[in-house]
Design a protein around this ligand. Sequence first.
Ligand SMILES: [Zn+2]
Length: 439
Amino acid sequence: MAAPEFQQTLGKIAGFTGTALHTGEKVTLRLHPAPVDHGIKFKRKDLQDEPTIDAKIENLKTVERATTIGEGSVRVHTVEHVLAALWAMGIDNALVEMDANEPPIGDGSAQPYVDLLRKAGVTAQEEPRKFFDVRDMMHVESKTGALLVLLPDDKFRISCTQAGPNNKFTQFLSMEVTPAGFEREIAPARTFVYYEDVEPLMEKNLIKGGSLENAIVVRGEAVLSKEPLRFPDEFVRHKILDIIGDLALVGRRIRGHVVAVKPGHGANAELARAIAREQRRRSAMSAPRAIPIGDSGLDTGEVMKILPHRYPFLMVDRIIGFEGENKITAIKSITINEPFFQGHFPGHPVMPGVMQVEAMAQVASILLFKLTKTSSRVGYFMSADQVKFRKPVFPGDTIFIHAELTRARGNRMAKTKCHCVVNDAIVSEAELMFTFLDK
Ligand SMILES: [Zn+2]
């Protein structure tokens, strides 16, 4: 496993003003730092109540020529270049504030956003990053001939083949996506368009802000642009830029290898949707838990990550230690505030024996989770034998709960011997049996 990586945000606010591609109007964009697990959100400062839209695939609206997200009637167009820059430069949490419905187009590349990030700086945060690890190959294919395959890999890599009409301008590039690699190889690559595609839009006046200053126009064999090509294979580099921006909508860092042939926003978004679907399936299957491999204990928070029980039914305060693979000791402090004392019995509070059995079962199941090391199977309490209650437990007592695994049959059944101790005397004991079922 890779070392934990931490979430990052911006060091400070930074912004710039430019032209919106579709309306041709001035727009000011400001990047703000944001707290952990915030993700990337867009804020429309120009609208009443200043609505924000999560940069999530669930909010994807259209993919024609650019990627548009929205909620209700609010839209943000052409989010892919700013998203690509934020994501590839390592920003997990940011608020993108704008006073129009799309970011400034700049020179048609992600360079203005990389420059902005340089000004804002990057700050590490205290929560680990969330990843999507590719386990099995996934793929999407579109009617227009786009093919995207996602393969397992411990890095985020993209191998892309771009091809124009009649396979003109066929280019290939393969790289690992890192902040330095993105800044050097990808960020400067500009948008390119085919003249046949933009001519009708220009006639309808739908790209008022479009010019040779913010896009390369390909007309037949001719490549038209204000400045010469920045790379001989600038087109495939921009395709990779768009893939990074569109896949940022997944909201998790991808560990996998994207192999893309003639990609476009439609196919990129389809792949982002497929990843999000797979992530939802995985999340539904596994409860969040992490059992330490060593012999250390677990505090209340860690116990609650393993056990689904909550007050008043959580009967474990803390795991104080494991002994080898088969033994566990936990503590539970009993106070007069325990809800069962109200009726058991008024004027003479005694802890019910069944609650001690429940405490033993909860502690034993933590031991079993540690043993099975899997979150996809859950232990069910099947039977209790040889149950004995030897001494009463009173408010103010601290119970030491011991559990030992005595028999296990594969991954299907386990038997444990448990006892509760107060002041060095056994107060109760039981043999508890568990069966394991897939969740
Ligand atoms: Zn683009």
